[in-house]
Write a protein of this length. Structure first.
Length: 154
């Protein structure tokens, strides 16, 4: 389990990290490799996603005009995470616009397409119960999945 702070619902929630079916994309295996790399850099506690500078220093202190800025624990900002996602999408030659939110929406869409309950998707993704935004994502999936064109041999 990892504990995530859900800003929109203002609480910490435990979340299981499960083995994936493909070792090359398995979240748990990737997390273990990442944790080993952090430990090798001397970081064994604190935030999971941290800044790394161009010299591969983990969670270096940041200053502006001599004043300390940023999270003192080295936590990666949402903006920095979005930049990483954009760069990785470009490197993978993926088309379209990619952002940090792409992963969240992609999770919800894939989970619903796999037949998971919207309430469980909401809880796992940190949406508040009755979220209209999540309902729109579910509607997008259900509209295609339940189309009368599905399964008629076109």
């Amino acid at each position: 389990d990892v504990t995530l702070y859900r800003k929109k619902v203002r609480k910490h929630t435990p979340n299981p990290i499960l083995y994936g079916t493909d070792p090359a994309t398995c979240p748990l295996r990737a997390l273990r490799v990442y944790l080993d790399a952090l430990a090798a850099a001397g970081r064994t506690d604190g935030p999971l996603f941290v800044r790394v500078d161009r010299w591969d220093r983990v969670a270096p202190p940041m200053t502006r005009r001599g004043r300390v800025i940023g999270d003192p624990a080295g936590r990666l900002t949402a903006e920095a995470a979005a930049e990483v996602i954009e760069r990785l999408a470009a490197a993978a030659d993926l088309s379209g616009d990619w952002s940090g939110h792409s992963l969240r929406r992609g999770f919800a869409t894939a989970a619903r397409a796999a037949g998971h309950d919207p309430l469980e998707i909401a809880r796992a993704g940190g949406w508040v119960d009755g979220s209209r935004v999540l309902a729109r994502y579910m509607d997008d999936v259900d509209r295609v999945k339940n189309s009368p064109l599905v399964g008629i041999g076109l």
